[in-house]
Design a protein around this ligand. Structure first.
Ligand code: CA
Length: 229
C-alpha cells in the first residue's frame, strides 16, 4: 500500500446492510468507521474527519439529508465527499440530495462495483495518492502506482515510512499537518509511536529530498507541525 488506507465513515442504521457494505469496502483496502445514527456520525466526525462519507438518507432521529447539510456548512468537513445512499428513486429527491451538498447519490439496491467506482472518483480528489494517482509538486514527482518518487531527474531513495510521509504532504501541498495528524495518516492510529518519531522520519525525508539538489521544500511550523511548501 502506497499510502495509508483512506478512512470511510459509513452511516447506516440497518445492521445487515452495514455489514455487507463494510465487508466490501474493507475488501477494497478501505478502513471503515461505522455509525448507526446521525448523532453518532456527527460525534465521530468531530473526533476524526474521514476521507469520505457514505450516508444513508433514512436514519432514525436526524436524517441523512440534515447530516449532509450540517457537514457541508462546517469549514472542517466541507471538503469531505459525501455519497448519499437512498431507497428513494424519485428525481425530486435526487435533486434535493444534491442541493444539500451531497457529492454523489446512489439508489438502493446499488451495485457494489458501481459504488466502488464512484468512491474512487471522489477519493481521486481527496486522497489521490491512495488511489494510485501520480502527484507533482514543483520538481518532485510521486507515483503511487509504481511506488517511486523523483526530484528532477534523481530517483528519491525513500523508505516505506518516508514514502508515505511524502505522499501525505503531496496530497495537500501547503497544508500544515500536526504531528498527531501525521502519526494517524502515516503510521495508523493503532500503533503506539511517539510524536518524536515523526520528527525523526521528517529529518530522513528532508535529507533525501535535499540530497538530490534544490531547497528544502518542507516547512516546519512552530507549534503546529509540518507542511510541504
Ligand atoms: Ca436507513
Amino acid at each position: 500500500m502506497a499510502t495509508t488506507q483512506p478512512k470511510l465513515l459509513v452511516v447506516e442504521d440497518e445492521p445487515a446492510q452495514l455489514e455487507v457494505l463494510s465487508y466490501n469496502l474493507q475488501a477494497e483496502g478501505l478502513t471503515v468507521i461505522a455509525a448507526a445514527t446521525g448523532d453518532e456520525a456527527l460525534l465521530l466526525v468531530d473526533e476524526e474527519v474521514p476521507d469520505l462519507i457514505l450516508l444513508d438518507w433514512m436514519l432514525p432521529g436526524v436524517s441523512g439529508i440534515e447530516i449532509c447539510r450540517r457537514l457541508k456548512s462546517r469549514a472542517a468537513t466541507r471538503a469531505v465527499p459525501i455519497i448519499m445512499l437512498s431507497a428513494r428513486s424519485e428525481e425530486v429527491d435526487r435533486v434535493r440530495g444534491l442541493e444539500t451538498g451531497a457529492d454523489d447519490y446512489m439508489v438502493k439496491p446499488y451495485s457494489v462495483v458501481e459504488l466502488m467506482a464512484r468512491i474512487r472518483t471522489q477519493l481521486r480528489r481527496t486522497r489521490p495518492a491512495a488511489v494510485g494517482q501520480r502527484l507533482e509538486y514543483e520538481d518532485i514527482v510521486l507515483d503511487a502506482e509504481t511506488h517511486k518518487a523523483f526530484r528532477g531527474d534523481a530517483t528519491l531513495k525513500l523508505g516505506p515510512t518516508e514514502f508515505r510521509l511524502l505522499a501525505t504532504f503531496m496530497e495537500k501541498p501547503g497544508r500544515v499537518f500536526s504531528r498527531e495528524q501525521l502519526l494517524d495518516r502515516v503510521w495508523g492510529r493503532d500503533i503506539s509511536v511517539d510524536t518524536r518519531t515523526v520528527d525523526v522520519h521528517i529529518g530522513r525525508l528532508r535529507k533525501v529530498l535535499c540530497k538530490s539538489g534544490g531547497e528544502d521544500p518542507l516547512r516546519t511550523v512552530r507549534g503546529a507541525g509540518y507542511a510541504l511548501g
